[in-house]
Design a protein around this ligand. Structure first.
Ligand code: PLP
Length: 397
């Protein structure tokens, strides 16, 4: 049977990393894959994580299974981080959380849950979006559609066009929104725009699904939850898929969660019973170690302070690189206006570089960028900035 199988295309972004690794040029730069890197180009283990792991290793006595929906302490700590500890959805029991293997796992559980409980629903994705979004929802058998999001003339949100499409979405369809640090564009909705989206969602009976993979990377842990909070209105149902891959640097541990907010606590429990069935048939129950780290850090005052400082340092380094990039391109005499890069948030920006320019950067300078022109700003350092900007000046000339 396998003889007849035609190979599937390799993953575009992960394929780029393979090519980067094989490149012998000592000046090579990887602005492709979405992992945070420090000033030395290294993806570190956070101090708060190391210290939590020491405690866990000293104290844990069993590796027995977690429940299907994971650790209750982790679920509670996650909800408190998403909504703030005093929020009505927590006190009322309208919000329930299932631990999941990463943000991707949470999205796939959400997708399977929707396919099971709302068959025939369409999932609306921003144009552009993270390329794995359509894969995940289609794999669960759902239809996907798209709404406009990015205006390449202004390098900002195409808000009027976005609202116009949102006003056509049928009741019961699902609207996927990037809660902050939109991937791949780096442009986010303002508070006023979130309020307008929340209005349309409520009016039309749309189910919002917030993909929250970068809490803390835009403006701050609390500030970045503005979109989540704008949509969490009295009686409003919603789903949140969050990830600790980036803000805890726990990429390989696969730590995320699916949080479901229902109109009533009973409805939340009924929905959770289906989420659990979906998980049981998929991977049975989630891995424990990464979630234990997150729970230990979030529930310990000292470790939490350390973690919050480490998240702030990552965010500030990225924002410093954004400004330095714009300044250095100006110094190199580049005429194209890149000032929007300094206004955008999170690890990614759409650079506006064409596929030809991306190819020239790779072939002439060993600088690796995704074909769409998306750059991972966290791949920039003070040490590689001059080389990077000289190369860009050359391919733009
Ligand atoms: N959603 C978005 C928008 C992302 O960019 C990512 C990771 O790159 C994820 C979800 C998934 O994250 P995880 O690695 O936790 O599965």
């Amino acid at each position: 049977m396998f003889e007849k199988i035609v190979p599937a295309p390799p993953d575009a972004i992960l394929g780029l990393t393979e090519a980067y690794k094989a490149d012998p040029n000592p000046n090579k730069i990887n602005l492709g894959v979405g992992v945070y890197k420090d000033a030395n180009g290294h993806t570190p283990i956070l101090q708060a994580v190391k210290r939590a792991e020491e405690r866990i290793l000293a104290q844990e006595t069993s590796k027995t299974y977690l429940g299907i929906d994971g650790s209750p302490a982790y679920a509670a700590a996650t909800r408190a981080l998403l909504f703030g500890p005093e929020h009505e959805v927590i006190a009322s029991g309208r919000a329930v959380t299932a631990q999941a293997p990463g943000g991707t796992g949470a999205l796939r559980v959400a997708a399977d849950f929707l396919a099971r409980t709302q068959p025939g629903t369409t999932v609306w994705l921003s144009t552009p979006t993270w390329p794995n979004h359509p894969n995940i929802f289609r794999a669960a058998g759902l239809e996907v559609a798209s709404y406009p999001y990015f205006d390449s003339r202004t390098n900002d949100v195409a808000f009027e066009a976005m609202l116009e499409t949102l006003r056509t979405i049928p009741a019961g369809d699902v609207l996927v929104l990037h809660a902050c640090c939109h991937n791949p564009t780096g442009v986010d909705l303002s508070s006023a725009q979130w309020a307008q989206v929340a209005e349309v969602v409520a009016e039309r009976g749309i189910l919002p699904l917030l993909d929250f993979a970068y809490q803390g990377f835009a403006q701050g842990l609390t500030e970045d939850a503005a979109g989540v909070l704008a949509l969490t209105r009295p009686g409003q149902e919603l789903l949140i898929a969050n990830s600790y891959s980036k803000n805890f640097g726990l990429y390989s541990e696969r730590v995320g969660a699916l949080t479901l907010v229902a109109a009533t606590p009973d409805a939340a429990q009924a929905a959770l019973s289906h989420v659990k069935q979906v998980i049981r048939a998929n991977y049975s129950n989630p891995p424990a170690h990464g979630a234990a780290i997150v729970t230990t850090v979030l529930n310990d005052a000292e470790l939490r302070r350390l973690w919050e400082a480490e998240v702030a340092a990552m965010r500030e380094r990225i924002n410093t690189m954004r400004h330095l990039f714009v300044e250095t391109l100006n110094e190199k005499g580049v005429q194209t206006d890149f000032s929007f890069i300094a206004r955008q948030r999170g690890m990614f920006s759409f650079s506006g570089l064409t596929p030809e320019q991306v190819k020239a950067l790779r072939e002439r300078y060993s600088i690796y960028i995704v074909g769409s022109g998306r750059i991972n700003v966290a791949g920039m350092t003070e040490a590689n900035m001059d080389y990077l900007c000289s190369a860009i000046a050359d391919v733009l000339a």
